[in-house]
Design a protein around this ligand. Structure first.
Ligand code: S3P
Length: 191
């Protein structure tokens, strides 16, 4: 996601009406750019940005890597769900942009929480090979669920149908972060 836009994003299911929008949740696989696009979107809208993984780490007093190593993925998922519930409970009418970790929206209870509150989820998509490469270049944060390309592709394929339940899908291939943020603003009718 470094060059200017090339391709048009797909039309997804109808997006929520602007009047109902109090927050935007960014979902998608590892390397999708949820954090960098979220920061850019927050700047564009003048809304605060929050990364759910940061909240999980702060609540647990451990890094994601440590949670996986010491307590396993199931414990991480519970912590993630608790953090999301907490975030939504304190949410009120404050507008904000939130990036979810790559597996969060795949958990039906998390997707249902957003849906019940009419909060739009935006799926940032790209080919798994590109996502894998972006993670390799990033190196940070450490991603316990990114091993080799074969395993990465399989997990992406398993998860994609869940991501497609988001309100909007944005193809990020070959686009820079600002273009993706602007596309979200325009397609959600945020200005
Ligand atoms: C995960 C993705 C990570 C983080 C954790 C698990 C996943 O977030 O939540 O390592 O299950 O795909 P990013 O998508 O921000 O890397």
């Amino acid at each position: 996601m470094t060059t200017r836009p090339g391709s048009q994003a797909d039309a997804g299911p109808p997006a929520p009406q602007p009047a109902a929008l109090r927050a935007v949740f960014l979902v998608g696989f590892m390397g999708a750019g949820k954090t960098s696009v979220g920061e850019a979107l927050g700047r564009l809208l003048g809304w605060p940005f929050e990364d759910l993984d940061d909240r999980v780490q702060a609540r647990e007093g451990r890094t994601i890597q440590q949670i996986f190593e010491e307590s396993g993925e199931a414990a991480f998922r519970r912590a993630e769900n608790t953090a999301l519930r907490e975030l939504l409970a304190e949410h009120g009418d404050v507008a904000r942009v939130v990036a979810l970790g790559g597996g969060a929206f795949v958990q039906p209870e998390n997707a249902a929480l957003l849906q019940r509150q009419g909060l739009p989820a935006v799926f940032l998509d790209a080919a798994p090979e590109e996502l894998f490469e972006r993670c390799r270049q990033d190196q940070q944060p450490e991603r316990p669920l990114r091993r080799d390309l074969e395993q990465f592709r399989r997990l992406y394929d398993l998860r994609r149908p869940h991501y497609l339940k988001a309100s909007l899908r944005v193809d990020t291939s070959g686009k820079d972060v600002e273009s993706v943020a602007e596309e979200i603003v325009s397609r959600l009718g945020l200005r």
